[in-house]
Design a protein around this ligand. Structure first.
Ligand code: AHR
Length: 525
């Protein structure tokens, strides 16, 4: 019996050794004494469009619903989003924004209109300005209002701004009070249109630049506390890709801005980019293997080149980086889930999406001097969502967990790090094996995120920390059995963060990164 036990023991040891032998050490050097730019918390923004069940069912169930709610807004969703410290929510679109007329969404009697782009359904307008403002207040986020430049008018936009922000008793401000909100709302971020080069009116860059000036001039913010400080940021429509027409778009908008007058200005331009390989034959969100994992992650890394391309153009016109690049639509766009209205853009969310989210957030953080805002598409039940709901049921997606794990990066100061990313090959795809960012927060903690893209092999991590003397470390990792593991209403925690063993010794942080994982380490002084 003793002999039998020792054979088993050595067998286990061998198994452990063979696994260890595929685990080579990855060394990262961090110098916390050389801080870079602030990683704006606005990079962790969300996008909530009137699309499918993004709003209706996902956020809004109405005050009479048996689903627990506060003034019609789901309590479970609010509680989950509060954990993410969502900085801002972009609303009401997207392409829907160019159909949205704010007057349909105020007062006791709402017009029923159409949502032609998204499923060809009716739009009840029961979720309008007051409900949206209530929602963002409940989750502690700022409203990012996207104006209808496609089918609206400058007057309509100007009236909406007066309705929302005027403290003086104008007729519109009195109407707001009669509808239940005497105090004006602050509007910290305003979008001057959406994809005006496509669904927002298919404008030429020159035509859009003229519209941008008009909307910037007349859609004014009257809130008394936003005149000297806390000024509203105006985000103009920027590019939607890397093609020459988008380079021309950025050039034209930037050139217009350099010739700005006292009467108008902007504070940033947007960039929209989805991870899609073939728009006509989109990848499945579930039921895939290493090949599709590699294809999608390889494609998502194009974000780096796109950001660099448009930053380079912006730098020529704005070397002081006054204008932000706001990536206010990004994420993975897959084939719609079987049995759903294809226009509702319903898709599951797997471990691959968690890795994809981390890679994009890392790119934004590395470009934090210019990329000062981003909004993942979309917040609930649409595309790469944080949350999926089914009537009273709710689950948190793998992407939600990455946003939760990245909360410490909000407004932290970027810290440069050096590492050899290595390579992971799959067919013709060559990806970095590893990605990492680091930052220092206001309390002096050093936050390090390391993504192990390799779906098969763990990595031994050795972070050499200079410029700080941390005394303790806590770590979390997000991984799962397979690259396409998902959370379902029956198994909502199949992909959930768990604590990861990590040690600190003589300025070295050490841990073993699981394959296909995102890990975040918090090192405290
Ligand atoms: O997020 C879905 C759609 O994608 C948005 O409505 C539009 O702006 C983009 O094309």
């Amino acid at each position: 019996m003793r002999r039998f036990l020792s054979v088993i023991a050595s067998g286990l040891l061998l198994a452990a050794c063979s696994r260890t032998s595929t685990t080579d050490t990855v060394t990262i050097s961090v110098d916390a004494s050389r801080p870079g730019p602030v990683i704006s918390r606005q990079l962790f923004g969300q996008f909530a469009e009137h699309l499918g069940h993004g709003i209706y069912g996902g956020v809004w169930v109405g005050p009479d619903s048996p689903i627990p709610n506060t003034r019609g807004i789901r309590n479970d969703v609010v509680a989950a989003l509060r954990e993410l410290k969502v900085p801002n929510v972009r609303w009401p679109g997207g392409c829907f924004g160019d159909y949205a007329h704010w007057r349909n969404g105020i007062g006791p009697k709402r017009a029923v209109t159409l949502n032609p782009d998204w499923g060809g359904v009716t739009e009840p307008n029961t979720f309008g300005t007051h409900e949206f403002m209530d929602f963002v207040e409940q989750i502690g986020a700022a409203p990012y209002i996207s104006l209808n430049v496609g089918s609206g008018t400058p007057q309509e936009a100007a009236d909406w701004m007066e309705y929302m922000t005027s403290a003086l008793p104008t007729t519109l401000a009195q109407e707001r009070a009669a509808n239940g909100h005497a105090e004006p709302w602050q509007v910290p971020i305003l979008g001057l249109g959406n994809e005006s080069w496509d669904c927002g009116g298919n404008m030429t860059p020159e035509y859009y630049a003229s519209q941008m000036k008009i909307y910037s001039r007349f859609a004014r913010n009257y809130h008394p506390q936003q005149q000297q400080a806390n000024k509203m940021l105006r985000i103009a429509v920027g590019p939607g890709g890397g093609e020459p027409r988008f380079a021309e778009w950025t050039e034209t908008v930037m050139k217009a801005w350099t010739n700005r007058k006292w009467s108008w200005d902007i504070d940033g331009i947007s960039l929209h980019h989805y991870t899609v390989i073939d728009w006509d034959k989109k990848h499945a969100a579930t039921g895939f293997g290493a090949k599709e994992y590699a294809e999608i992650l390889d494609a998502t890394l194009q974000m780096e080149g796109l950001v660099t391309q448009h930053e380079t153009i912006m730098d020529r016109y704005d070397p002081q980086r006054k204008l932000a690049l706001a990536v206010d639509e990004w994420g993975a766009w897959y084939a719609p889930a079987a049995g759903t209205n294809p226009g509702f853009l319903v898709q599951q969310n797997s471990l691959r999406d968690a890795v994809l989210a981390a890679l994009n957030l890392n790119i934004f953080a590395r470009h934090a001097q210019r990329v000062r805002m981003a909004n993942i598409a979309q917040m609930i039940n649409v595309l790469q969502a944080m949350i999926l709901t089914d009537n009273e049921k709710m689950l948190l997606t793998p992407t939600y967990h990455v946003f939760r794990m990245y909360v410490p990066f909000q407004d932290a100061t970027f810290v440069p790090l050096k590492f050899n990313a290595g390579e992971w090959r799959q067919g013709s795809h060559r990806l970095p094996r590893l990605d990492a960012i680091a930052a220092k927060d206001a309390a002096g903690r050093l936050i390090v995120s390391v993504t192990n893209i390799d779906p098969e092999h763990p990595a031994t991590l050795d972070v050499d920390v200079a410029g700080a003397t941390p005394t303790s470390v806590v770590a979390q990792t997000l991984t799962a059995e397979k690259v396409d593991s998902i959370n379902t209403f029956d198994a909502p925690d199949a992909v959930a963060p768990r604590s990861l063993e990590a040690t600190l010794d003589a300025g070295h942080l050490r841990a073993t990164l699981p394959p296909r994982s995102v890990s975040v380490f918090t090192l405290s002084p």
